[in-house]
Design a protein around this ligand. Structure first.
Ligand SMILES: C[C@H](O)[C@H](O)[C@H]1CNC2=NC(N)=NC(=O)C2=N1
Length: 91
């Protein structure tokens, strides 16, 4: 089931979006730290079998976007993934 408007207003810290996906941009201490973080996001996604729609590495920044492709919108799977990515970043 896709998120209700109320659920969109209480996304995990730093995340925003709409029915097309939720995203957060993470600031990293260096380009290499960003690449390492993106790899950890990718490995988590493999473990959970829930993958970012987009995982973009830029200079000292990583942007992560989730949407549940099979549901055609944002679901609790995406919110759970966002929380886990936040926890990875905060480790
Ligand atoms: C077969 C496999 O479980 C599916 O293709 C999974 C993989 N990862 C996925 N990730 C996301 N974000 N949405 C999906 O619908 C999805 N489907």
């Amino acid at each position: 089931m896709t998120l209700s408007p109320e659920e969109f207003s209480s996304l995990p810290s730093g995340w925003s979006g709409d029915a097309s996906g939720i995203s957060r941009e993470f600031s990293c201490s260096s380009y290499a730290a960003g690449v390492a973080f993106a790899l950890r996001v990718a490995l988590l996604a493999e473990k959970r079998d829930h993958h970012p729609d987009a995982l973009t590495i830029a200079w000292k920044k990583v942007r992560v976007t989730f949407v549940t492709h099979s549901a055609g919108g944002v679901t609790n799977l995406d919110v759970r993934a966002a929380l886990e990515v936040n926890a990875l970043f905060d480790e």
